[in-house]
Design a binder for this molecule. Structure first.
Ligand code: 8YV
Length: 324
């Protein structure tokens, strides 16, 4: 029988793993083979049906998109770990988890290269008009109207908003483009050769392209405001591979429509999968369905890191990559 009085964080007996959201098929299979796993999202009536398992759940596996809400956490008396598939974990209230003795992990590092690759590709796309050029050829317009000239990428001033692992990887890549790189973060980062600017507005005013790589959550909500977009200006481009919440989306829509910025390449949105019609209708915007980490290699590595965290927790009661 599960010990319903065990302190959170203490894996007494094997315990049940709660899978909170859909995950990669291979990861779901491994969870089901290795642990007694309950898929919350597949229960006919999750709130009621969970009661049958709640006392036995010791770990929850979820994705950056869903996290674990406080009421779910509170319904699981033996919960000791929340393991996220993804580097972002703003959908889980970490302070609430810690207060309950629940440890939290994410999947850093393994996705850094792919996210940085995509940020660079997205900026080249919007500045050189790759997707727009593709639409032009497919639409049979080649030959009837000239394709407009684009903006050079090499040698430009690139501003990185949030110089964490992903921001640094983006910066390193743009070094190869002879870019002049500056960044904004709460405190200057030691050991980087890039110029630090204290505010997003100052950074935007001093760059040709602003690449957003800062973590999501309350602290960064609306950081790319109307004022920041104004500072970026009609020759400036925005790339967002972080979270839709970081950008004031209505302000961005207005800036795109009124041609107050040159363009934007967006992998994330305020209300995914819903993308404002004004953005979908604009040729100055490159739109991607939140795919920055979505390669076979990286998603496999993220899944492996989830399993490694879970195994460590189930055997030793600790996590391999706890969130800071
Ligand atoms: C994934 C992400 O799309 O790592 C993150 O924070 O946003 C992406 O890598 C996400 O984990 C899937 O839910």
């Amino acid at each position: 029988m599960p010990n319903s009085t065990a302190a959170p964080g203490t894996p007494t007996g094997p315990g049940t793993v709660l899978q909170v959201s859909p995950l990669l098929p291979d990861l779901e299979k491994a969870l089901a083979e290795r642990y007694r796993t309950v898929r919350l999202h597949e229960l006919p009536d999750p709130d009621t049906d969970l009661r049958e398992y709640a006392d036995d759940v010791v770990a929850a596996v979820t994705s950056a998109r869903y996290g674990v809400g406080n009421s779910l956490m509170d319904a699981l008396p033996r919960l000791g770990a929340i393991i996220h598939f993804g580097v972002g974990y703003e959908t889980t209230d970490v302070a609430h988890a810690r207060a309950r003795g629940v440890d939290v992990s994410n999947t850093p590092d393994v996705l850094t290269d792919c996210v940085a690759d995509l940020a660079v590709g997205a900026l080249i796309d919007v500045m050189r008009g790759l997707s727009a050029g593709d639409r032009y050829v497919r639409g049979g317009r080649w030959g009837s109207a000239p394709f407009p000239l684009a903006s050079r990428v090499s040698g430009k001033r690139i501003g990185i908003l949030g110089l964490g692992r992903i921001g640094r990887a983006v910066a390193r890549r743009f070094e190869g483009f002879g870019a002049n790189i500056a960044y904004c973060s709460r405190v200057p980062v030691a050991d980087v050769p890039y110029r630090h600017l204290p505010t997003a507005r100052e950074l935007a005013a001093e760059c040709d392209a602003l690449v957003v790589t800062v973590a999501g959550g309350a602290a960064t909500r609306g950081l790319v405001s109307a004022e920041v977009l104004e500072a970026l200006g009609p020759q400036g481009y925005l790339v967002n591979v972080a979270r839709g919440s970081v950008v004031d989306e209505p302000a961005l829509v207005a800036a795109v429509q009124e041609e107050r910025i040159a363009g934007a390449a967006l992998d994330v949105f305020a209300d995914e999968p819903n993308v404002p019609r004004e953005l979908r209708d604009s040729d100055r915007v490159v739109l991607l369905p939140h795919i920055a980490s979505a390669t076979h290699e990286t998603r496999r590595a993220m899944g492996d890191l989830v399993l490694d965290n879970l195994q460590r927790f189930m055997t030793e009661g600790t996590l391999l990559t706890p969130v800071p």
